[in-house]
Write a protein that binds this ligand. Structure first.
Ligand code: NCD
Ligand code: ZN
Length: 346
């Protein structure tokens, strides 16, 4: 196969930031994706419907003319989130999901949730109205090894939450483990999971073997190879509970290449090309559309996109930019470490 045409994809987990970074990175998403779930972990975070409306306006202002792209806004759940504000945002069509960051789990999560009991009334309201909760599924207990934080979260946080509120729709975001895949498969239709492009392509060796490579560091951190293989099996299976959320998370190079670097991998430029390579390697090109363009909208109760995206295979590896300029700085682009033969366009 040398060309592959699929419905235009959506990105169900994306960080666009604000200001110069927003302007620099947004075109790389809006060129190929029709919609994206926009993460609210700005500084300060997007916690109210009014803040989400203002952020959406800034995104739309930064959108290149002619690009057809809809930002789907989320609210950052805090212990003082008002259920009435969440409901109003949902009823207005402004809010597509609410994001749970356990406090301290990742970039800009310090205003996140420490005690789930304190947000119970919000979660009850969300279950009642059918508003999904996107979950950063990692515990933050320093006693728990960072490579175990997702698996422990499933047992100690998500399972009890699901028992208390089985009607709440939950997306286990950027799942990185076989445990996560198995957990999702054992649930009913109220649970889905996003998978990133990079977690399909790298394991933890990319970060740590032969030198420490900050541009492969993200959260949840990439795990050992058996987990990457489980993610690839889930993504390429066609199972409707798994869909693409790139978690493209730009940080300027000085904040990555330092003694204590930020978590986040910037993939929006080459995500679709990398995914085509992965699905081809798995003999599953016929499942790429389900993963990138059909399963996500189905979970969120939205129509699939009518427009299409064509990917073309070439013999010579495609060359992607190594860095993208944002204001005075640069953001390094994800290097998949294997030749990529696919590119967007016909
Ligand atoms: C994200 C970021 O930089 O905002 N970082 C990351 O490593 N994925 C936050 C997140 O989704 O965990
Ligand atoms: Zn993220």
């Amino acid at each position: 196969m040398t060309t592959l045409t699929i419905r235009r994809p959506d990105d169900w987990h994306l960080h666009l930031r604000d200001g110069d970074v927003l302007e620099g990175v947004l075109p790389h998403t809006s060129r190929n994706f029709a919609r994206a779930i926009i993460m609210p972990n700005l500084v300060p975070p997007v916690v109210t419907t009014a803040q989400a409306a203002a952020y959406r306006d800034r995104i739309l202002k930064a959108l290149p003319k002619g690009d057809d792209f809809t930002p789907l806004m989320t609210l950052y759940l805090t212990e003082t989130t008002d259920p009435a504000d969440v409901e109003a945002g949902f009823r207005d069509g402004l809010i597509t999901a609410v994001k749970l960051y356990p406090a301290g789990a990742t970039t800009n999560s310090q205003s996140g949730v420490r005690d789930l009991a304190k947000v119970h009334s919000v979660l009850e309201k969300m279950a009642e109205i059918g508003l999904p909760l996107c979950v950063h599924g990692e515990v933050t207990d320093p006693a728990i090894d960072i490579f175990d934080r997702e698996a422990v979260f499933l047992e100690t946080v998500l399972a009890p939450l699901r028992e208390r509120l089985p009607g709440l729709r939950v997306v286990l975001e950027h799942v990185t483990t076989e445990n996560g895949v198995d957990y999702v498969k054992a649930q009913d239709k109220n649970v889905g999971a996003t998978i990133t492009t990079h977690h399909l392509m790298i394991n933890r060796n990319a970060i740590l073997a032969g030198g420490i490579r900050p541009h492969y560091y993200c959260l949840p951190v990439a795990k050992r190879e058996k987990h990457r293989l489980a993610l690839r099996a889930a993504a390429t299976s066609g199972d409707a509970r798994f869909f693409l959320g790139t978690d493209s998370a730009p940080h300027i190079d000085p904040l990555k290449e330092t003694a204590c670097g930020c978590a986040g991998i910037f993939t929006s430029i080459n995500t679709m090309a990398c995914l085509a390579e992965v699905f081809e390697q798995e003999n599953a090109l016929d499942k790429l559309e389900a993963f990138a363009s059909l399963n996500g909208p189905a979970f969120y109760g939205l129509p699939a996109n009518e427009a299409t995206l064509t990917l073309t295979r070439q013999d010579e590896p495609v060359v992607f930019p190594r860095k993208v300029a944002v204001g005075q700085d640069e953001v390094t682009v994800f290097d998949p470490m294997i030749p990529i033969h696919w590119n967007v366009g016909s």
